[in-house]
Design a protein around this ligand. Sequence first.
Ligand code: FNR
Ligand code: LAC
Length: 362
Amino acid sequence: MPDRSFPLISLADYEAAADGLLDAVAHGYFSGGAADEITMRDNVAAWGRIALRPRMLVGVGERDPGVTLLGRRRPHPVIIAPMAYQKLAHPDGELAMAAAAVATGTTMCLSTLATTGIPDLARGAPDASRWFQLYVFRDRGVSRELVAQAVEHSFEALVVTADVPVRGFRERDLRSGSELSPVRALPVSAKGDVTMTPADFSALIDPELTWDDIGQLVADSPLPVLVKGLLTPDDARLAAEHGARGVIVSNHGGRQLDTVLSGADALAAVAESVGDRLDVLVDGGIRRGTDVIKALALGARAVLVGRPLIWGLAVGGAEGARRVLEILLEELDRGLALAGAPRAQGLDPSFVCPAPWASAPG
Ligand code: FNR
Ligand code: LAC
């Protein structure tokens, strides 16, 4: 990793370091959100509006961050969120991300708009626990082909993203030119990779997708299906009724509809309404081990982390992304000890409350 004049000890340090390394187009694409970016900022702020209620003297010498997800034991609850175009952050792109995943026992979710294809990821990182994020295109033949490839190459789950019927209004991308800069991404056609602008890629996505399509996908796919991008209990119930195994409470990192609720604020109601029927996950603004603890306390089984992994990748390729995960997992371990919750699965809503400082007069 390059020498730095300051030590990188937090995820925010990686953000600052990456700022100086990425060109304006890539930086704008990775760090931006929709419209006024109110939701994007609030995703981070919302975890800070939740206070922890630690327990003492419970014996925390032995700690277990492990969780059960989709019926399988995982060493910890952190998952790498699907993010498009990772080679714009580092030439090793998704393969470096997968190496970081292997090194830390993390599951990685590969985007449909990845710059590394499904077979290449599986060949390059055969030991990586991997999920595939599916954008359903107007051309359903492409989606069927992608699902078949994910099955053939031992991906463990399909994550269908529901919150991009059309692309969010990304002002930074319009200003930086990234919206219209061609990227070579993949496997949008079964024939191989294609060079297109992000705006053109998004236009391939079918805005007519409905719950019936989710039901059909569940029926056709041998892999468990999670629906990503829901914010309401009603939608989570529909996901359960249509056979999904999980939902990811998410606003797409604040990149789609601005001024929607943060994942942190939307989570509890979803978990309360469907928590025993499917696995509830959450993302958006997770930057500290304590954020992970709060998510689990509010009913999530796992969390997805997005941009900080891109910053790690930009700073140091696989090693940088690995270090970002290690920092977060170290913070989680310390947080579990200090919160008096030695087993991550033992967290429940009694460990959190609304923070008094959040409602204090300004
Ligand atoms: C994303 N996200 C995303 N989601 C998805 O389902 N498919 C995708 O291809 C992408 N691409 C993508 C690119 C970039 C640059 C970002 C930042 C995000 C959304 C992502 O999976 C996740 O929901 C958020 O990034 C989580 O928020 P944080 O951790 O970035 O705050
Ligand atoms: C994004 C799309 C690709 O957020 O999901 O940029």
